[in-house]
Design a protein around this ligand. Structure first.
Ligand SMILES: *Cc1c(COP(=O)(O)O)cnc(C)c1O
Length: 434
C-alpha cells in the first residue's frame, strides 16, 4: 500500500474534511525552501509550512544543535528543575523583545501561549483583588484552536459548533486604512475600567486573511486601553521573528504590550514550543506568601530542552547579518512584485509588510459564495506547478522562509501571475470546464 493509502486508513488530518479531501501528498524530505515528495517532485514552500519555518527545511545547523542536545538531555520536569537551554533562551529572548518584557513562561504551541497570556491577565486582576472580566479583541482575529484562544478569536463557521462554550468578548472592527475613525469611535464606547485585556495580532491578522493595519492606529487603540488599565496582549505567534521586516511587529509601535505570545518561528519551525512573556508588574501580582496566587498552569513538555536548543540555533541564524539582509531582500522583491500585481485586473487589495505579501483574487461577476471554489482552484493550480501556497478564501499570500532565493521567488511570482492571468479570462467557467 502506498503511504497516502496507509494514511487514509488510520489518520485524521487538521482542518480537513476527510470525506472529500484528496489523498495527502507524501513528503519524504525537505531542503531549504523546497519539499520533495516520495516520487521526487518538488514543491516551493511559499507559506513556510503554516508560517513556522524561518531558515528552510532540515537546516543542518539547527539539526546539529538539536542532535547535540538530544545526547545530553532530552527532557526534564520544569517545576522544581531547570536547564541551560531554557535559561539561555529566556536570557536571549528578553533583550530582543520590547524593553518592558521581563519574564518568560514556557508552553508548547501558539494556542497555549495565548491561553497562558489570558490566564495571566485574568488572574492578575483576581490576585490584586479587582476582578475584571471583559476582553476586547478584533473582529476576524485568530489566536488558536483551544477554548480560550477560540473565545478571543473572531466568531466564524470554524468556531460555530463551540459557540455556546466560548466566553463572551467585545469586538472592534479591524482598523484597516479608511476605517480608522469608525473604529476609534467604537473604541471610545468599548474601553472602560472593567476591561481586563485587549488582545491583538499586531499589524497583521494572519488566519483572518493577512489583513493589515497601521502602527499609528494600533498605538492609539492600545493607549486608550491602557488609560483604562487594561492589559495589552500582543499575539506575535505569526508576526514574530522577522516576518514583518522587524524582529517583532511590536517594534513598529511606541506603546509596549504587557504580555506577548510567541511560537511558530520560535524554533525556526523545527519543534513545538510556546512562550508567553510579561512585565514585572504582571509577574509581581503573582508573588505572595499565599499559594493561592500561584499561576497554576503547566504542560508536560514545558521548556523542552530540544525545542529550546532548536530556538537557540534559530536565533543564531535569525540574528546573523546574512538572514537580516535576506529579510530585507525578500521585502524589496515583494514590493516590486506588488506593483506588478496592482496592475492586474483579477487582483485587489494588494498589501505588504516585510516578508508578507498578500492580495485578494477577484473574479468579476461571480457571487461571493463562489470564492470558496476559487480557493481550491488557486491551490490546485499552484500545487500542480510545484508551488505550495494555501489561499485563505480568496486571499493569496506569500510568507516564505528567509532562505528563499531570488530565483525561487521569481518562479513563485511567475506561477502566481499565470494564475492571475487565467482568472482574468472573460469566463472563469471556461477554465473550470477545461
Ligand atoms: C497559528 C497562530 C496561533 C496558534 O498557534 P498554534 O501553534 O497553531 O496553536 C495563535 N495566534 C496566532 C496569531 C497564530 O497565527
Amino acid at each position: 500500500m502506498t503511504l497516502p493509502n496507509r494514511d487514509a486508513a488510520v489518520i485524521w488530518h487538521p482542518f480537513t474534511q476527510m470525506h472529500t479531501a484528496p489523498l495527502p501528498i507524501p513528503i519524504s524530505r525537505g531542503e531549504g525552501s523546497l519539499l520533495f515528495d516520495v516520487n521526487g517532485r518538488s514543491y516551493l514552500d511559499m507559506i513556510s509550512s503554516w508560517w513556522v519555518n524561518l531558515h528552510g527545511h532540515a537546516h543542518p545547523y539547527i539539526a546539529e544543535r538539536v542532535s547535540q542536545q538530544l545526547r545530553i538531555l532530552e527532557h526534564v520536569i520544569f517545576a522544581g528543575f531547570t536547564h541551560e537551554p531554557a535559561v539561555e533562551l529566556a536570557e536571549r529572548l528578553l533583550p530582543i523583545l520590547p524593553a518592558n518584557q521581563r519574564r518568560v513562561f514556557y508552553s508548547d504551541n501558539g494556542s497555549t501561549a495565548v491561553e497562558v497570556a489570558l490566564k495571566m491577565a485574568f488572574q492578575y486582576w483576581h490576585n490584586i483583588g479587582q476582578p475584571r472580566r471583559r476582553v476586547i479583541a478584533l473582529e476576524g482575529a485568530y489566536h488558536g484552536d483551544t477554548f480560550g484562544a477560540m473565545s478571543v478569536g473572531g466568531r466564524s463557521a470554524f468556531s460555530a459548533p463551540f459557540a455556546p462554550f466560548l466566553f463572551d468578548v467585545d469586538y472592534l472592527p479591524v482598523p484597516v486604512p479608511g476605517q480608522e475613525s469608525t473604529v476609534l469611535a467604537l473604541a471610545e464606547t468599548l474601553f472602560a475600567d472593567d476591561v481586563a485585556a485587549f488582545i491583538v495580532e499586531p499589524l497583521v491578522q494572519g488566519a483572518g486573511g493577512m489583513v493589515m493595519y497601521a502602527p499609528e492606529i494600533l498605538n492609539t487603540l492600545m493607549e486608550m486601553a491602557r488609560k483604562q488599565g487594561a492589559l495589552l496582549i500582543a499575539d506575535e505567534v505569526m508576526t514574530g521573528f522577522g516576518r514583518t521586516g522587524k524582529l517583532f511587529a511590536s517594534h513598529y509601535l511606541t506603546i509596549q504590550p504587557d504580555l506577548m505570545c510567541l511560537s511558530k518561528g520560535l524554533t525556526g519551525g523545527t519543534m513545538a514550543l510556546g512562550v508567553t512573556t510579561c512585565t514585572e508588574t504582571v509577574y509581581d501580582a503573582f508573588l505572595s506568601d499565599s499559594a493561592y496566587k500561584t499561576l497554576f498552569h503547566g504542560h508536560s513538555f514545558t521548556a523542552n530542552p530540544l525545542a529550546c536548543a532548536a530556538s537557540l540555533a534559530s536565533l543564531d541564524l535569525l540574528l546573523s547579518a546574512e538572514t537580516q539582509a535576506s529579510i530585507q531582500r525578500i521585502a524589496a522583491r515583494h514590493e516590486l512584485f506588488a506593483d506588478t500585481l496592482k496592475k492586474c485586473q483579477a487582483v485587489e487589495n494588494v498589501r505588504q509588510l516585510g516578508t508578507i505579501l498578500a492580495f485578494d483574487l477577484k473574479v468579476a461577476g461571480e457571487s461571493s459564495s463562489y470564492f470558496s471554489s476559487i480557493r481550491d482552484l488557486a491551490y490546485n493550480y499552484l500545487l500542480d506547478r510545484g508551488v505550495l501556497m494555501r489561499p485563505l478564501g480568496n486571499v493569496l499570500y506569500f510568507l516564505p522562509p528567509y532562505c528563499t532565493t531570488d530565483e525561487q521567488l521569481e518562479e513563485a511570482y511567475e506561477t502566481v501571475l499565470g494564475l492571475v492571468h487565467k482568472l482574468t479570462l472573460p469566463l472563469l467557467s471556461s477554465y473550470i470546464a477545461e
